[in-house]
Design a protein around this ligand. Sequence first.
Ligand SMILES: [Mg+2]
Ligand SMILES: [Zn+2]
Length: 494
Amino acid sequence: MTTTRALIALLAAALPLGGCVTTINTNGATGYSDARPAQVAQTAAPGKAKNVILFIGDGMGISTITAARIYEAQKRGETGEENTLSFEKFPNVALVKTYNTNAQVPDSAGTATAMHSGVKTRIGVLGIGPEAEKGVCKDALAHPLPLLGEEVKQRGLALGIVTTTRLTHATPASVVTRSADRDWEADSNIPADQQAQGCKDIALQFAEGQFDVALGGGTSVFYGKDKNRAGRRIDASADLPAQWAAQNGGTVVKTAAELAAAPMDRPVLGLFNPSHLTFMADRKPDSPEPTLTDMTAQAIARLKSDPDGYYLMVEGGRIDHAHHAGQAGYALEEAVEFARAVQYAVENTDPKDTLIMVTADHSHVFTIAGYPQRGNDILGLVVPPAGRGEDGGDGTSPVLAADGKPYTTLGYANGPGGLTVKRAAADDDHDHGRPMPETGIKARQQALVPLGSETHGGEDVALFATGPGAERARGVMEQNVIYAIIRRALGWEK
Ligand SMILES: [Mg+2]
Ligand SMILES: [Zn+2]
């Protein structure tokens, strides 16, 4: 038994991953060989999936998962630590190494490319190999990578893309587009000399591409100035959604109500905000925008009618944005909604034919610290258990730091909460015009290094998997192996 397993592991390690990966980008840019997927864990008879759903919590590192688990339950009046988020019940878990070929701490473009093209690449680029320099159009044209979204359509499956960010933002864009620079979302974002070499902006690639469901924000980059929206430069009357709809017999919708009413048997493109969708923490009860769960439900309802199966990517994209702003409460609200969307998928798909995976593209420099007592408000000050702390602690008073001030359980290693003046108490002085430390949903947590935008973190993220092929999610893996897990689950490679 042991010998057989060892032999299988050896064979797996020796075999190249798959056709796409081995035939493209063999020139070996610096660091690239290290980035090749080692192996996908082998099991005796992994199941074959008809459908695959990949949930990506942008920036949802493990500390975010832990804090969100506590926060979700505390909203129900529970202590929280014992709670389990929807995807934490999945039977298979792995750790994922997220670095880009030229970056120890990665960005969302390089990491999303790893998952949707099977190749690690440089920070800031989409769907192109590590040989290509960021921002250089001719390099991008010379080094295209396969796109999972294109293969899904070529093989006759249905394709869905759902996000809370602009549809043209890095993570959703990675499914079906390539770009020398993730910021080339509209033609107005591409330097004229680069555009002259033939590179298309991401919105245009969406409009010319094929998908069955694409839901998110980013209206502005799809229309010309004449349409009273900021985005496009060359054609002031551009209406890319109309162009896409005409070519695909599709429906374009702008609100949750329009989405619900759109024909079920035609492709749908939903653009619900000029930019990213509204943060859950700012959302009004009568908002015309769908939630991530609403969009997930619509996507599954539409895609499941394809007899050949489907691939659906669902991104909780604003966990990341809230962390960049140093606002943990906002990030946790987004993470809780993300977990709700996963739960919807679990309850509305067949576990025998649908592989569901949940991961993050990268982490953030976000910490859960101090020795707060069990059930302590996760967005509050650190209150230790009774009898603990310098003065014995009464179980209700915040513990004080060396400067005599209280501090919050949640914090950041860097970001907008970085203190540039002497730290003040919650009830007297202010830093940046805001009291410190702040607590509650709108708080901007304190940070060590002052930066305008809090940064990503470089430690591994988690991968949770359930359904046919989920057995391959185990151990510590390179991020581009997720691409192979998807393709193997669908039976596209051995
Ligand atoms: Mg993203
Ligand atoms: Zn980010």
